[in-house]
Design a protein around this ligand. Structure first.
Ligand code: ZN
Ligand code: ZN
Length: 387
């Protein structure tokens, strides 16, 4: 258990979610074991004694966006309600505690708030998330909260007239030091050479790791597939894209079989895309700036309440189409397939990017990167135009 805790603690620093040296991950395995910063381990220990969960993660985020959001929240508010799909379907909302509301011995207070929640935010301390059964779940919950807060803060400030000096400094630092160039120099296998099962699985695992390394997905969200003749090889639902070994299912391209139970919840979208385009590969991730840009509805007095699932229009940012719809049978699959062919990528409102490749994964990853890069540049262009 301690090895698991250490693995996911390392992951949180590696993907730049946590400030180096300022995280802890603890697990209850007959006795409580943990790793990380001493003060956070102490609090984590007290929380685990009070909670009916296996793991707890305490992470001071590498970006101060959560604290900014808490300070901007209205007096009566006690949770953040990000509108991205990940929050909607996974977290719902994120309760927070203001610094001045935090008790001097906060374990009881925080345990009560955590209850059966996936996680909470504490001003000045960071993200506290639980794992019901495994340390990995605590990691996933931290990662999801970090993602949702990132998207919400950056989206919110696009609509604000002026930012405090502290925020401006933090944003400059974020741009200069936290964001990394989206460049990949791995070699890709051309589609023509991908005709052997072992080779196909190997290539999918490699691309999965690269997608995670580039920060194009968060925690376990996202999926990858490759079509070979009448079979789609697709990553399983809840599989970590950087550890896909043994987690890839072969599924028939037509929907004739029910064997896709472990297959991705977005299998239907993959099937429809393959049926309607000549694609060989499909990459789906949640790159953060694409998620942000996809959520800007510019229709004046838009009459649709739930643009994220009900918007019937194919909108456009730059050359990239944006569609709306829910995962699975919720319409997303129907709307992606007809528009993805020409541009090679499509954004889904508040959710992420689907990108296809005709020659192995090379053009799929390139399309995903180009989409995120364009959104990143466009985001900062708009932010500057604001101030
Ligand atoms: Zn997704
Ligand atoms: Zn709208």
């Amino acid at each position: 258990m301690i090895r698991q805790a250490q693995k996911f603690l390392d992951k949180l620093e590696l993907d730049r979610t946590g400030r180096p040296g300022r995280s802890a991950l603890l697990a209850n395995d007959d006795r409580i074991v943990g790793t990380g910063a001493d003060d956070l381990c102490q609090l984590g220990h007290e929380l685990l004694e009070r909670l009916n969960v296996v793991a707890v993660a305490l992470v001071e985020p590498a970006l101060p966006f959560a604290d900014f959001l808490i300070r901007k929240a209205g007096r009566a508010e006690s949770c953040l309600v990000p509108r991205d799909t990940e929050t909607r379907t996974f977290l719902h909302d994120i309760p927070f505690v203001r610094h001045q509301e935090l008790a001097t011995q906060p374990a009881d207070q925080l345990a009560r708030l955590l209850g059966n929640r996936k996680g909470i935010l504490v001003e000045g301390l960071g993200i506290i998330a639980t794992g019901a059964v495994t340390p990995e779940q605590a990691y996933i919950n931290v990662s999801s909260i970090f993602h949702s807060v990132f998207v919400k803060y950056l989206l919110d400030i696009l609509g604000e007239k002026s930012l405090s000096a502290e925020e401006q400094l933090a944003l400059a630092d974020f741009q200069k030091n936290w964001l990394k160039p989206l460049a990949s120099d791995i070699a890709f296998a051309p589609a023509g050479t991908l005709d052997e099962r072992a080779h196909i699985l190997d290539e999918i695992c490699r691309i999965g790791r690269e997608t995670v390394r580039l920060g194009l997905v968060d925690s376990f969200f996202g999926n990858i597939s490759l079509r070979h003749q009448e079979t789609i090889y697709i990553s399983q639902t809840a599989a970590s894209l950087d550890e896909l070994e043994g987690c890839i299912d072969p599924v028939p391209i037509d929907n004739s079989s029910t064997c896709g139970i472990t297959a991705s919840s977005e299998l239907l979208a993959h099937q429809k895309v393959y049926a309607q385009t000549g694609a060989r590969t499909l990459l789906h991730g949640h790159p953060k700036f694409a998620v942000i840009m996809s959520m800007i509805c510019e229709t004046a007095e838009c009459p649709i309440t739930d643009c994220w699932k009900d918007c019937p229009h194919v909108r456009q940012v730059g050359t990239i189409p944006i569609v709306a719809g829910e995962v699975g049978a919720g319409g997303l699959a129907e709307r992606i397939a007809p528009v993805i062919g020409e541009p090679g990528a499509v954004m889904v409102f508040g959710h992420g990017v689907f990108a296809i490749g005709r020659d192995g994964f090379r053009d799929a990853l390139a399309a995903m990167i180009a989409t995120e890069e364009w959104c990143r540049n466009e985001y900062f262009r708009r932010l500057e135009a604001n101030g």
